[in-house]
Design a protein around this ligand. Structure first.
Ligand SMILES: Nc1ncnc2c1ncn2[C@@H]1O[C@H](COP(=O)(O)OP(=O)(O)OP(=O)(O)O)[C@@H](O)[C@H]1O
Ligand code: SF4
Ligand SMILES: [Mg+2]
Length: 325
């Protein structure tokens, strides 16, 4: 696995924005949803940026933009200092790979495990058969799959084994970056820890960089070196993981952390104790977008959007942090 030769961050996102036009019925006018709203950050090589936030806040849209599965409305994604949009598909695949939530949906049920894992190599075009076999075997071994599982179909594997296949497929091209979107959320709790430990081990051994999305804060705390908290398409706080869990600064982060104290395993979305419904992303509140739910809002929050303030401790977007910082 190559290590970085440049000082550019592994992933850099600049002013990223993605709008969707959504029509709810054939007679209704289309509404505009801003799923990702002017997001910028950099992820240094070898680190793990955890992205947390309630359902619908834009996490998967951000992941798909970074994977170039979706085109931004505006803004750029750079990998190793190069614009992702300028690379061809094969070059992109060698740098950045996804692992999604549901391995059953992301694996072709009619293909055998070895063919699924070989697919990214085949798409590269010029890989000799024995090289391909060797690399598939190497990827399977890395993720803890046995040789005899190579001939099986996804339906013959457990959920955890299927996710190992998805991870092996992501690793077979030896990428530098893996974008994990809820990689353990569809798994039994006991299996979640195994997959999480595997991902942590792979990062260490292979020097990978992760963008790691989860609504489960405990999972993010386990693996992330830095955490970004998303709310209605914006990153409202971003800081080093330990610091975020020890001393959250944004009122929304505090609410999210408080929700972990009353866990509902398997429920997925945390009850943030702010009224459980996420505001409508097609109708973002004026001022601070969190103000209708914010327990410490002040008068100007309803009319004036807070600026993102960066300091040594990280980044936070809240009027109260501005006055303190
Ligand atoms: N292809 C699409 N067309 C229209 N709207 C979309 C599309 N993809 C996402 N959205 C909207 O963008 C917003 C963000 O969705 P996204 O899937 O990114 O959220 P999320 O944080 O991943 O949620 P979850 O935790 O449920 O996976 C939502 O309002 C969603 O309805
Ligand atoms: S800007 Fe105001 S409403 Fe928004 S999080 Fe800060 S205090 Fe709450
Ligand atoms: Mg999602």
């Amino acid at each position: 696995m190559s290590t970085t030769a440049t000082s550019a961050p592994a992933i850099e996102v600049r002013g990223l924005r993605r709008e969707f036009r959504v029509r709810q019925g054939i007679f209704s006018a289309p509404r505009q949803v801003i799923a990702v709203d002017d997001v910028s950050f950099a992820v240094p090589a070898g680190s793990v940026l955890g992205v947390v936030g309630e359902s619908g806040c834009g996490k998967s849209t951000l992941a798909r933009l970074i994977l170039n599965l979706l085109a931004p409305t505006s803004g750029d994604v750079l990998v190793d200092g190069k614009r992702l949009a300028d690379m061809d598909r094969r070059a992109r695949a060698r740098l950045i790979q996804p692992v999604f939530q549901d391995p059953f949906a992301s694996l072709n049920p009619r293909r055998r495990v070895r063919d699924i894992i070989a697919m990214p190599l085949i798409a590269q075009g010029d890989v000799a058969t024995d090289d391909m076999n060797r690399r598939v075997a190497e990827a399977m071994e890395r993720v803890g799959l046995s040789r005899d599982q190579a001939q099986r179909y996804p339906a013959q594997l457990s959920g955890g084994q299927r996710q190992r296949v998805a991870i092996a497929r992501a690793l077979v091209l030896r990428p530098r970056i893996v974008v994990c979107d809820e990689p353990t959320s569809a798994l039994d709790v006991s299996v979640q820890a195994q997959i999480l430990n595997l991902l942590a081990e792979l990062r260490r051994d292979l020097g990978l960089t992760y963008l790691f999305i989860s609504h489960n804060l405990a999972v993010v705390e386990h693996i992330a070196t830095e955490v970004a908290v998303m709310y209605l398409g914006r990153i409202v706080e971003r800081t080093e993981s330990e610091r975020l869990f020890a001393a959250p600064r944004h009122p929304y982060t505090r609410a999210l952390l408080a929700s972990v104290l009353t866990p509902e395993p398997g429920l997925g979305v945390p009850d943030v104790g702010l009224g459980d419904i996420m505001p409508d992303p097609a109708n973002i509140p004026p001022g601070c977008r969190f103000h209708p739910r914010c327990p410490v809002a002040i008068a100007r929050c309803a009319t004036e959007a807070p600026k993102s303030t960066a300091d040594a401790a990280g980044l936070v977007e809240c009027h109260l942090a501005e006055s303190v910082g």
